[in-house]
Design a protein. Structure first.
Lengths: 162, 720
């Protein structure tokens, strides 16, 4: 018997069996059902240790990118007692440059961890950035089902670094 | 003692023979189709390998709002209707680019791509009932890896070892994917189906480049061409971008390959067969995008007619028939969607929220079709006034009963005249359509000619991208690469003019020497005789050169490039080009140009191990470097793209420097080959790295085809 052919046949058979066994025909197996909880469901105990507003700046991009994006010292949230897949939401609104954004962090399976909060590095056109500073409203929220718990919300000043 | 065969036994044996013969015939057919498409086992390995590579960075998410029209059209088509009554993806209004309006209905404008994707969608929907697609995609990927390892092992004479290695690799890859697998959201199956079509087209483009490389030089150059097409050009980028770019590139590359092979065919019949394939690419391109088919025709037809061995009626009728048959899907789709076979869907009015016939009827989704039929009848032939010819055609066919009575009244002669009239009207409309297209090409050509004299615009499109201030505010994020940054390997094209200059200079030296020897005692010919000899030589040279496969293919590649630039360049740079996608078909053509350089072929053939080593080290080093840069700098999307642009441009400058020196014969043979192998390997690796990095960079949801891609690409290279 040629063992090389047998090894190929064995692996192919294994792939086929596992693929069918994990499918809807055998719901009890469900190998790939790891994060079946919808985002924002469940609950968690969270503590905001530092909001991401220290050194908040609108920084012009390097490498001839030309556009601006938000930068700050990352914030930190301690997470514990997670059930389901609750979500942290970092919101930012800078009306002076027509910019608002939300970043979502899924907390499922992250009990005992510390989550770093960073603004999404979205490009803002230089045509909008005409002043040297802007007011920004920054918020941190915990979503558990239909409820949103406010952990932080302040209006802060954003300096422009050209 | 044997018993005499009974009637029943004889019958059974006969049936078995029939099945065996059928089985043999099917095997033979499969072998023939496989050989026609892939060429050989290496071509098949390349095809599967390319698909496995694309799967690594296959984001299951839309890349732009252009994708929504095709997605919604595919969903509607799976429910049995060409028009789009409901919106499953994108803004609920349905007002997205690519959505058109005809006879009170919303329709998409690329049913070629949509129809080709329908079987994949139906298959995926069926499979989802039986298996978890997240796991199934991982299993399929592992099977692909196994097949590639076994095929490559067979090619290098290590088939037995390859089976062990392949089985091990497949098993480890599958278990790794399984460990991080999550349920696959079936809502996105239409998108996966569209992407599967473009991925297959891109993988086939790599196969065509492989076969082209084999034809231009040898199998080693062919391997380089195939792998480079998949992993070192933006073909890989658009393999998973559900737009027509990958399909158009496939047909343009196939036309180039067919033209090359046609001129190398030993018989006129062989030449005509390949010419027919080239012309069929025009009709099939039209199914995706009528404008792009016109550009292909404008480049292909003159080059073919000027260089074909025979342009008699018989040869022309064969290629015309190929063109006509290949255009049937285009014509049939236009007829089914817009009611007029000669109405390109891209020329239908955009959908801006106009009143929908089905919505007015208001009773259920399925009643829409009936309503639309009514709207067609009452709406009149006016239908946007796309052309008088079209109206005339409709008019002769609409009242079926009347037509029949006319036929019975005038007899077969009258019917023949009627049919002739319909044909003439159709041809007239077709000619009008082509004429309109050519006029558009001409007017855009004038504007492009003016634009191409602007050095800033040329630099921004071809050399270094960066921030482009002329783009609209809000659409000016520097997420676009230039042509050279998208494919630094193109810098090797610099070897071609350098080599041409060298040849000219040598020829000049030889002429000078000949003149000197003549002055020393040669016999001068009379001027008229000299002119006749020169004329004869030029004629012979033209006929000889143009019939050489490479010269014809060169002419086509140059013609297509010029036609595409003439119709596109005035609008560039645009927002969201990413890899200058409007010039996408030029990348495989550019790769062909790179293969035409003797210095490149020499480096590839003489130093394959150095080339492969340089490539693999550069990919590994590049990925590690980008991961570190992302962790340290936390770049924005534009910064990350431009970071790559800067690096790729520097790599291209190095490759270009080598190409100029090597083409100009300024390096000794050993240095030329060794440095060339390293430079080409690093240039190819630069694009491979970007394809993988972009897999994380442009992902906003972290949804991938392969479960393993999320923790790898989606974590290391994400900016969102």
């Amino acid at each position: 018997m040629d063992y090389s052919d047998a090894s190929v046949a064995t692996v192919l058979a294994f792939l086929a069996v596992v693929t069918v066994a994990t499918g809807p025909l055998l719901p009890a197996v469900g190998l790939s059902a790891g994060s079946a909880h919808p985002v924002g469901s469940g609950d968690a105990a969270v503590t905001l240790e530092r909001p991401p507003v220290d050194g908040l700046e609108l920084v012009r991009g390097d490498f001839d990118a030309g556009t601006y994006h938000l930068e700050s010292t990352p914030g930190r949230v301690a997470v514990d007692d997670v059930s389901g897949n609750p979500a942290l939401k970092l919101t930012v609104d800078v009306p002076g440059i027509y910019y608002s954004d939300v970043r979502t962090y899924e907390l499922g399976g992250r009990s005992g961890e510390s989550v770093r909060l960073r603004f999404p590095a979205v490009d803002v056109s230089p045509e909008y950035v005409t002043a040297n500073r802007y007011d920004a409203t920054v918020g941190v929220w915990l979503r558990t089902g239909d409820e949103y718990d406010q952990l932080y919300q302040e209006t802060v000043t954003v300096e422009v670094r050209r | 003692m044997s018993r005499p065969p009974t009637d029943e036994g004889t019958e059974r044996a006969g049936r078995l023979d029939t099945f065996a013969a059928l089985d043999d015939r099917l095997d033979d057919l499969a072998r023939r189709v496989g050989r026609a498409v892939f060429g050989d086992r290496a071509g098949l390995a390349l095809f599967l390998g390319a698909l496995c590579f694309f799967a690594l960075f296959w984001r299951v998410e839309t890349l732009s709002n252009d994708n929504f029209a095709n997605l919604n059209a595919l969903v509607a088509l799976a429910e049995g209707q060409f028009h789009v009554p409901g919106i499953a993806f994108g803004p609920s209004s349905g007002e997205t680019p690519g959505m058109r309006y005809v006879d009170g209905r919303r329709v998409a404008d690329n049913y070629g791509l949509v129809l080709l994707s329908l079987p994949a969608l139906l298959f995926l929907r069926g499979a989802a009932l039986v298996v978890d697609l997240g796991v199934a995609f991982a299993a399929l990927w592992s099977c692909g890896l196994l097949a590639v390892v076994v095929l490559v092992g067979g090619e290098v004479g290590r088939g037995r070892e390859a089976k062990f290695v392949g089985a091990g690799v497949a098993l480890v890859a599958f278990l790794a994917n399984l460990a991080v697998a999550t349920p696959f959201p079936t809502r996105w199956l239409p998108l996966v189906a569209l992407q599967a079509t473009t991925a297959v087209a891109a993988a086939l483009t790599a196969v065509v480049c492989y076969r082209l490389g084999c034809a231009v030089a040898d199998r080693r150059v062919g391997h380089f061409a195939g792998v480079a097409a998949a992993a070192a050009t933006p073909v890989g980028f658009w393999a998973v971008g559900p737009k027509q770019h990958a399909v158009t590139a496939l047909f343009v590359t196939t036309a180039l390959y067919a033209l090359y092979r046609s001129r190398g065919a030993p018989t006129v019949r062989g030449e005509t067969r390949f010419r027919a394939v080239a012309y069929a690419c025009i009709g099939l391109t039209a199914w995706q995008h009528a404008g792009e088919a016109l550009l292909l025709a404008l480049a292909l037809v003159p080059v073919d007619l000027a260089t074909a061995r025979r342009t008699d009626i018989r040869g022309l009728s064969v290629v015309a028939a190929a063109l006509a048959v290949s255009a049937l899907p285009f014509l049939a789709t236009n007829a089914a969607v817009a009611g007029d076979p000669l109405q390109p869907l891209k020329l239908l009015p955009h959908y801006h929220g106009q009143e929908l016939a089905g919505v007015d009827a208001g009773v259920g989704g399925t009643g829409g079709a009936g309503e639309i039929g009514g709207a067609d009848g009452t709406g009149g032939g006016g239908a946007d006034g796309a052309g008088a010819g079209a109206g005339a055609t409709d008019g002769s066919n609409t009242p079926n009963g009347d037509s029949a009575s006319v036929r019975s009244a005038t007899g077969p002669l009258g019917a023949a005249f009627g049919a002739f009239g319909t044909l003439a009207a159709g041809l007239s409309a077709a000619v009008g359509l082509v004429d309109q297209g050519v006029s558009t090409v001409a007017s855009r050509g004038e504007r492009s000619l003016a634009a191409i004299t602007d050095p800033d615009q040329v630099a921004a499109v071809f050399l270094r991208s960066g921030y482009v201030a002329s783009l609209r505010t809000g659409e000016d994020a520097a997420i676009n690469l230039s042509v050279l940054e998208s494919m630094p390997l193109l810098a090797a094209l610099a070897a071609l003019p350098a080599a041409a200059l060298r040849r000219l200079s040598r020829r000049g030296d030889r002429s000078g020497a000949a003149l000197a020897s003549r002055a020393d005692g040669g016999v001068a010919r009379p001027a008229a005789s000299r002119a006749a000899v020169v004329g004869e030589r030029l004629r012979a040279s033209w006929q000889g050169r143009t019939r050489r496969p490479a010269r014809t293919a060169d002419a086509f590649a140059v013609a297509y490039t010029l036609v595409l630039l003439a119709t596109t360049f005035d609008g560039l740079p645009m927002h969201h080009m990413l890899t200058v996608r409007y010039l996408h078909a030029l990348y495989p053509l550019g790769l062909y140009g790179v293969l035409r350089s003797a210095s490149v072929r020499e480096a590839v053939s003489a130093r394959p191990r150095r080339l492969t080593g340089a490539y693999l080290v550069a990919v590994a080093g590049g990925l590690a470097w980008y991961a570190a840069a992302f962790a340290l700098l936390g770049p924005s999307l534009g910064e990350a793209v431009q970071l790559h642009g800067t690096v790729a441009f520097a790599v291209a400058v190095a490759a270009g420097g080598w190409a100029v020196l090597a083409g100009g014969d300024r390096l000794d043979a050993s240095t030329r080959r060794s440095v060339g192998a390293v430079v080409l390997g690093v240039a190819a690796a630069s694009t491979t790295t970007y394809l993988l990095v972009a897999g994380g960079l442009f992902s906003t949801t972290g949804r991938y085809l392969l479960p393993l891609s999320r923790p790898l690409l989606g974590t290391l290279f994400s900016v969102f």
